[in-house]
Write a protein that binds this ligand. Structure first.
Ligand SMILES: O=C(O)CCC(=O)C(=O)O
Length: 213
């Protein structure tokens, strides 16, 4: 038992820093709003892109936690769904230190769900672009009791064999479609895997969900 004491020094223990680096820190602001990024978004036909969050993820040696299979649209939802992660490797992301892996073509899937948002009628089936959402708890009593956020369904458990590992070099970037299922493993190696990531949403004719956390 560690009685709340860190087992590694502070600078080797922090998991991530978020979610407004692109607003608060001049260096991250410069990268996020650089001409390179603007050109990519222009080429992808974004009309009025906005950045809704940013994170520095450390994935520390030995203890960097795994990130389970998810779609980014679960956490950041707009209608129609048009969201993309820009994931920039600041160090080599390898098979050993917890690179990303993806399920090819999972961004084209639709999911049949019972309605779960405040904007939909109850007990209606919908074809949704994502499997579940992470929303503000619509139950006022639960919310007032501190149960602020909830998932609308269980975590899916895709087969390991569905995933393709994507190691990349420091300085490379991966563009993550808001529907694609992806994950990363725990970093059990002695090598750090630091990345900077931010999420882009289309604000032209697309509404950022009020139910987002
Ligand atoms: O950096 C990681 O390990 C996971 C990041 C991720 O899944 C995301 O930003 O959506």
């Amino acid at each position: 038992m560690h009685l709340g004491n860190l087992i590694f020094p502070k600078e080797r223990s922090v998991n991530k820093i978020g979610h407004a680096l692109h607003v608060l820190d001049p260096n991250f602001k410069r990268i996020t709003f650089s001409d390179k990024i603007k050109t990519i978004l222009h080429d992808l036909e974004y009309k009025k892109p906005a950045i809704c969050q940013s994170m520095y993820i450390f994935k520390q040696p030995y203890i960097g936690a795994k990130v389970g299979p998810h779609q980014d649209g679960t956490f950041l939802f707009n209608e129609p769904l048009n969201i993309m992660g820009v994931w920039i490797a600041l160090e080599d992301a390898t098979l050993e230190n917890g690179c990303l892996s993806f399920i090819p073509k999972s961004h084209t899937r639709n999911y049949v769900t019972l309605s779960y948002t405040q904007t939909h009628e109850n007990n209606t089936c919908f074809l949704e672009p994502i499997e579940r959402r992470f929303i503000r708890n619509p139950n006022k009593e639960e919310f007032d009791n501190g149960n602020l956020l909830m998932f609308t369904g269980p975590e899916s458990q895709p087969e390991e064999s569905e995933f393709v590992l994507c190691p990349i070099k420091a300085g490379d970037a991966i563009l993550i479609h808001g529907q694609v299922v992806h994950k990363s493993e725990q970093n059990t190696s002695p090598i750090t895997r630091q990345i900077y990531t931010f999420h882009v949403i289309e604000t032209n004719n697309s509404t950022y969900s009020k139910e987002n956390w």
